[in-house]
Design a protein around this ligand. Structure first.
Ligand code: SAH
Length: 249
C-alpha cells in the first residue's frame, strides 16, 4: 500500500466512520494527541476501525478531557483482513508483546496462542494482547486488527484443524529438521490457505514432534543451521512465508 498521509498520527477507533461523522476520543488517545503531540484544533489525524477503511479527520474540539474529531475524507478503502494464520507458543511478558506486534506488522490475520509441553507462561491477558496488536496496526498502517483467539492446547488444535481450517496447510518450524532453505517447499504451497506454527523457547517435545509430523496437513520446515530464539524464529518464518507465497509479492 503506498504510504499516504504518512506524517499524520494514525489511531484505531471503535466507532463507525463516514463523511461528517463526529468521533469523540477516550482519555488515552486524547492525552496522546493533546499532551504528547501537542495538537491543536484543525490538526489532522488518520483514523481507522477495521471495517470502513482509513479516514482523514480534523480536530474539531481539542478538549483536554476528550478530543472531538470530525471526519473529512476517506483516504484508503478497507482491505480484506489477512488470511495468514499464525500460531505460536506464548513467551514471557515483554517477548510476548514483541511477538504479537511483529506478527501484526508481518501481516498475520489470526494470531493464535498455542500451549505446548514446554510453553512457559501464566494466564494470558487478552486485552493486553489486543492492545499490542492495535499499537502495531496503527504504526504499520494495516487496516484490520488481527484476531487473537483464546489460547488452545496443541492436541486440541490438531484435532480441530481439519474441521475448522479445511484445506489450510500448517507450516511447522521444526528446529530438529535437517538444515535447509524452505523456499522450494513453500513455493509448492502457493495458492493454498496457510498457517504457520512456531514452538516455545524450549522447542517442541519429542512426542509433539511425532504428533505434528504425523498430520497430513503439516509441512515441517527448517529455518537454517542455527537454533533461533522463538521470537527471532517468528519474524524469520513470517518473512520467508510472506516473501515466497504471501503478500510481499
Ligand atoms: N529447543 C531449542 C530451542 C527451540 S527454538 C533449544 O532449546 O535449543 C523455539 C522455536 O523456534 C522452535 O520450536 C521452532 O519452532 C523455531 N526454530 C528455532 N530455530 C529453528 C530452526 N533452525 N529451524 C526451524 N525452526 C526453528
Amino acid at each position: 500500500m503506498p504510504r499516504t498521509h504518512k506524517s499524520f498520527p494514525r489511531l484505531y477507533v471503535e466507532h463507525s466512520l463516514g463523511k461528517g461523522e463526529i468521533v469523540m476520543l477516550g482519555r488515552e488517545q486524547t492525552n496522546y494527541l493533546i499532551s504528547v503531540l501537542r495538537m491543536k484544533a484543525g490538526d489532522a489525524v488518520i483514523i481507522f476501525n477495521g471495517s470502513d477503511g482509513a479516514w482523514l479527520a480534523k480536530i474539531a474540539d481539542p478538549n483536554r478531557k476528550a478530543v472531538t474529531l470530525e471526519l473529512v475524507v476517506q483516504t484508503a478503502h478497507q482491505t480484506p483482513p489477512s488470511d495468514l494464520w499464525y500460531g505460536f507458543a506464548p513467551l514471557k511478558a515483554g517477548r510476548l508483546d514483541y511477538v504479537i506486534q511483529k506478527a501484526t506488522e508481518m501481516g498475520a490475520g489470526i494470531i493464535q496462542p498455542v500451549i505446548t509441553r514446554f510453553t512457559q507462561v501464566g494466564k494470558l491477558k487478552p486485552e493486553k494482547l489486543r492492545a499490542n496488536a492495535i499499537e502495531a496496526a496503527e504504526q504499520c498502517e494495516v487496516l484490520s486488527i488481527p484476531a487473537i483467539p483464546p489460547e488452545i492446547g496443541l492436541d486440541a488444535l490438531l484435532a480441530s484443524w481439519r474441521p475448522t481450517q479445511g484445506l489450510r496447510r500448517l507450516i511447522v518450524c521444526d528446529e530438529s529438521a535437517p538444515s535447509a532453505s524452505p523456499v522450494e517447499q513453500l513455493a509448492r504451497l502457493d495458492g493454498l490457505p496457510m498457517g504457520l506454527l512456531v514452538g516455545p523457547e524450549g522447542g517442541f517435545s519429542d512426542d509433539e514432534r511425532v504428533q505434528l509430523l504425523a498430520q497430513p496437513f503439516v509441512i515441517p520446515i527448517s529455518l537454517g543451521p542455527r537454533i533461533l530464539r522463538a521470537d527471532t524464529a517468528a519474524v524469520a518464518a513470517l518473512a520467508i512465508v510472506q516473501a515466497t507465497i504471501g503478500d510481499w509479492r
